[in-house]
Design a protein around this ligand. Structure first.
Ligand SMILES: Cc1cc2nc3c(=O)[nH]c(=O)nc-3n(C[C@H](O)[C@H](O)[C@H](O)COP(=O)(O)OP(=O)(O)OC[C@H]3O[C@@H](n4cnc5c(N)ncnc54)[C@H](O)[C@@H]3O)c2cc1C
Length: 456
């Protein structure tokens, strides 16, 4: 079918205003804020109902056009830039918060709901509840974050965000709607089971298995008080001991570590932030004292932070201005990698060497998930987008970091195409075969974000 006829059909589904193939509209969808090169897009379309998504997917399947679901487009690793052209399905208009269940503590939302939107609704109307959100800008969608195995300030205590999905409504690649989780059996979206659990098929799949239109996410009780215990240490080798001791207390809501050459005062140290929560000053003070003792025993020094800095880091999401060397016209991209705790010291040392090799000030960080069951390591590289040499260096550093993470027994998180390729190269053949079988069964025409996770 000709391009003009496809556009006409898209316009009939969503209305003229919400479908386009004009170059001025497509320009922004052909890139993201990270270091990926731009790639062409043929159409952008913005549905506002599940039925419209179904019609668009049926059209794409019939015409064998690639279709890329997009939330806030903020993963930085090029996941929403089409690899094989086609349609970008911008989910922004599906932004209804459908239900807040205070008894079973969940929110049922449409896939375009942003993290800022859910946080502000709960803050205003449900002050005893808090959502799991990342430190990404508030225009990131809850779905986009959960679907990429994201994490945030509640993750050390409650686990990764992918595990906090109770249920999904999905438009499958053939256009059929499927419900997963307790909602497949009950009116309540309160749990994933106890039935065969296929929700994981859609997590870290980067939109290759279907379009999520609704999801239920877990909410958590909100403590009255929150505090940060700042610390500094000199030697990355002391990190595992410190983290094991802190997590054994059960006090920490979130633990963040950082090592960066900028600002100048941070150079040469590993920066530690342990977040604690409580209901009273006494409660906080007791945990504070215990954690300071642990810091000392693990060769870390307690650091009294200025009020301004404390307030900055208590904010949710944390405003990341200090997290990278933002030069004029600049940006950054990071390799996130899920790592085993014992490899974290080596990851900091080798990560810093790698950044220096490419003339980029080292900016490394990590966050604990589920009481050190996983540590997410961030190897961040800043760049000036206007400088081609800078961009080239950042891309080379990112590529080498993927290799480093895999060599250290880690797994690149929200991996861009090269990272996916390296991961597939190392993956057990039986797992790859299973991925291929499932993909071919669900999406025989390979229309869903084609080019990603492609097992040939
Ligand atoms: C400054 C900064 C800080 C960040 N901090 C964190 C952090 O603390 N923790 C963290 O986890 N991440 C962090 N991120 C990474 C990322 O921005 C977030 O995880 C973000 O929530 C991703 O959501 P999004 O809406 O931008 O997803 P998108 O980039 O739009 O999409 C992500 C992936 O999911 C797919 N997808 C999106 N919507 C759907 C759908 N409806 N159906 C099927 N597939 C879909 C897309 O195709 C894509 O593959 C950070 C990013 C920045 C820029």
């Amino acid at each position: 079918m000709s391009e003009i006829n496809i556009l006409k059909e898209l316009e009939e589904i969503v209305g003229e205003e919400f479908a386009s193939n004009r170059s001025e509209d497509l320009y922004i969808y052909s890139q993201d804020p990270g270091a990926s090169l731009s790639r062409p897009v043929d159409f952008v379309v913005m549905p506002n109902t599940t039925e419209q998504v179904q019609e668009i997917v049926k059209l794409a399947n019939r015409e064998k056009i690639s279709i890329v679901p997009m939330g806030g487009g903020l993963t930085l690793s090029g996941l929403i830039i089409p690899v094989k052209g086609g349609i970008v399905l911008d989910m922004k208009r599906m932004n209804q918060i459908l239900e807040i269940n205070e008894f079973s503590r969940y929110a049922l939302i449409e896939a375009g709901v942003t993290t800022g939107q859910i946080l502000s609704l709960l803050n205003e109307n449900y002050p005893d509840l808090q959502p799991p959100i990342p430190d990404a800008p508030p225009s990131a969608t809850v779905a986009g974050n959960m679907l990429i195995h994201g994490s945030g300030y509640l993750s050390q205590r409650y686990g990764g965000h992918g595990a906090m999905i109770n249920g999904l409504e999905v438009v499958l690649p053939n256009g059929e709607v499927c419900k997963l989780g307790s909602c497949a059996v009950s009116d309540y979206w309160f749990d994933r089971g106890p039935i065969p659990d296929f929700i994981g098929l859609f997590i870290s799949a980067f939109g290759t298995m279907g379009v999520i239109t609704k999801l239920s996410i877990q909410l958590f009780p909100k403590p009255k008080m929150r505090e940060i215990i700042f610390g500094l240490m000199n030697d990355p080798k002391d990190i595992p001991d410190l983290l094991l001791k802190i997590t054994a207390t059960g006090y920490a809501e979130d633990i963040l570590l950082g090592m960066q050459d900028k600002p100048e005062w941070m150079k040469g140290y590993i920066f530690i932030m342990t977040y604690i929560t409580g209901d009273s000053e006494e409660d906080i003070s007791r945990q504070n004292k215990a954690l300071k003792r642990i810091y000392r025993k693990s060769n870390a020094r307690f650091m009294k932070a200025p009020e301004k800095m404390r307030n900055l880091y208590l904010d949710k999401p944390i405003f990341a201005a200090g997290a990278a060397d933002f030069r004029k016209g600049g940006g950054f991209e990071y390799v996130g990698a899920f790592m085993p705790l014992e490899k974290i010291p080596e990851a900091y040392e080798k990560g810093a060497d790698l950044a220096r090799k490419y003339g980029i000030p080292p900016t490394l960080g990590s966050r604990l998930i589920g009481g050190v069951h996983t540590v997410v390591m961030f190897f961040s590289y800043s760049f000036n987008r206007a400088d081609p040499k800078d961009m080239e260096n950042a891309r080379k550093a990112l590529h080498e970091t993927n290799k480093l993470a895999l060599e250290l027994g880690g797994i690149p998180w929200k991996a861009e195409l090269e990272g996916q390729r390296l991961t597939l190269e190392k993956m057990d053949p039986s797992y790859k075969k299973l991925m291929k079988t499932i993909k071919n069964t669900l999406d025989p025409n390979n229309i869903m974000n084609s080019g990603n996770w492609e097992v040939l």
